[in-house]
Design a protein around this ligand. Sequence first.
Ligand code: 13P
Length: 301
Amino acid sequence: MTPQQEKIRALLARKNAILLAHYYVRPEIQEIADVLGDSLALAQAAARTDAAVIVFAGVHFMAQSAAMLSPQKTVLLPRADAGCPLADMATAESVRNMRQREPDALFVTYINSTAEVKAESDVCCTSSNAINIIRSVPSSRKIVLLPDGNLARHVASATGREVIAWEGCCPIHQALTGEDVLARKREHPGAPFVAHPECRPDVLALADFIGSTSAILQFARENAAEKIIIGTEEGIFTQLKKQNPGKTFILASPGLLCADMKKITLDDIEQSLLTLQPVITVPPEVSEAARKTLDRMLASS
Ligand code: 13P
């Protein structure tokens, strides 16, 4: 550990704090996290921790979810402006309007959404449990999945269910094209291509495996291939390389880089622990309804 990493670990201990980090954040943060995981694992960790303070190295909706799951804890997002463009593609008002058009539908909301949108929904999902959540819905029930249209189309084709897709997307995954993937496949013949379900349908059609960040890591550990083409944000390379020192990983496009996920630095975490700011809170009237959607998801995961 560097002196700064050691200092942060000491501050975490002194403040009775836990550091949660997503696979997309900077490597030097992943190295010192108490829990490193995908969106589901981090929500589960936030719900069960005994620590007084949760420092979230991720983006705003993740810290908001932690604040709702652990309302008695102080939740810090060291850069309050680390957002998620996908989460901003649905508003509470737009969901209420959709409900009027689809009054009988079950509204399944991807965790990459604001607390206000969750509060208008029935149940949350992440990329690792979306298929199981959809399968648990009675077949007679209509389903709306928001705000990620690519995820909605993917779970519809994986489950054979009709899923009404909201037309939002992660701009980072959306920018990856089928031509990019075909070019990488030509350059690396025989290498399997793995993709996150936020990718476009033409990209997913070329994938040998589709899954969340933790599922992609598992695939890389278990698959015999020596070389794998990766269709998700480049932060995952930290663990891919650490867990598979003998294998080669190829990023499907240099555009797979999320500036928001890279905003938080070690300096920000140190400062945040010293000042116990910026605190992320959710108004109680929003949190009450939104938390139920998270609780339903965690109960079925
Ligand atoms: P997972 O953490 O579920 O893999 O999804 C990450 C994400 O937010 C993709 O943009």
